[in-house]
Design a protein around this ligand. Sequence first.
Ligand code: URP
Ligand code: ZN
Ligand code: ZN
Ligand code: ZN
Length: 466
Amino acid sequence: MSRTVITGGLVVTAADEIHADVLVEDGRVAALAAHGSDAAAGWRAGAATLDATGKYVIPGGVDVHTHMELPFGGTFASDTFETGTRAAAWGGTTTIVDFAVQKQGQALREGLDAWHAKADAQCAVDYGFHMILSDVNEHTLKEMDGLVEEGVTSFKMFMAYPGVFYSDDGRILRAMQRAAGNGGLIMMHAENGIAIDVLVEQALQAGRTDPRHHGEVRKVLLEAEATHRAIQLARVAGSPLYVVHVSAEEAVAELAQARDAGLPVFGETCPQYLFLSTDNLAEPDFEGAKYVCSTPLRPREHQAALWRGLRTDDLQVVSTDHCPFCFTDQKELGRGDFSRIPNGLPGVENRMDLLHQAVLDGHLTRRRWIDIACATPARMFGLYPRKGTIAPGSDADIVIYDPEARQTLSAATHHMNVDYSAYEGKEITGRVETVLSRGETVLAGREFTGRTGHGQYVPRGTCQFL
Ligand code: URP
Ligand code: ZN
Ligand code: ZN
Ligand code: ZN
């Protein structure tokens, strides 16, 4: 039996902050006891000790929105499951939920098998899958039931990207009806892609080809409208709804109204919407391409509504939507035509730190930091309390976090396989020091000690908020 004791730290979970020692046995949390108590002292014999004095002891991050190796716009997201999960570990994230893709004309099974082939035996930390539905028909609707049974309990659909991932309202309604019956959760990319494509064409014809026009055509109103429509479709179907990457104040208002009415509607936002803005998209010399993602970055004024939504629980989760494309050889595909810039930003390594900085900046409490980054995403996607907390029986996915270390985010020092940082030069107080994944040390005092293939596939239960 392997035993490790983490001593002297402040254990922070979504529920509590306690000065406690944590006993880890065989990959799981065995017990917590007050620091200095006889019980805690008794654990020391024959155990490895990790000293967390002056540090936080927090659950490993749960990032429920990543796209390793996603095919998009004729290229692939530049992080593989191997490089992307290693970067996740560096950043204190010990579980990712990535998106397997059903291509049009494919069965769900084919898509899921393809994503297992990419990920299995490659990951440094644990991983699960959502399924992207891009071809809803009688066969795929039946397949959804089987996927829920085997632990793929959530399905992303797109009101955007006509001709690629897009589903019309009828297909969305059918999938929601199926999810209402089988316990699945529909995750919605809420933007009116049909209207956006008209505006894209008009912009390009008028010679407005720079990255900043990506933000201008993907209008706030078209995010709010799609969010509203998705909520009404879910009501008609009697299904819950989770809206991904919410960026606009007006979309938050739609979620708030639905939640005030008691509907099972949930929302996530991402660090890029909380820390970046259209000012970045407008950076000269095509630098704005680094910040092209959908939904797009918004004017800075929207950030206050996102922070408020996170505090009031109108937004429940912060995920990264990690979907990196190199600036030099991938974002470049859209020089002279913003609609060809592959969509997505890197960030899987930065989320826990950026949100800790948000605690220092007064946007969040420490416990809310852990709630939106660990506990609630785990509950939302059927992983709790195995993931997302530090409690007897939980997987020993634990981060020792130094709240006083200072760092500067940079592509020169990050571990993501991408040639730029969206947060280049940003100063952060706080840093991940040591990371355990199921009791194994994968990062030890800023030295990577993990290995490819340590990460296990995690079948998930259904949403635990229903
Ligand atoms: O720009 C983004 N978000 N790229 C990833 C695909 C998606 O829509 O989540
Ligand atoms: Zn999306
Ligand atoms: Zn995404
Ligand atoms: Zn590259």
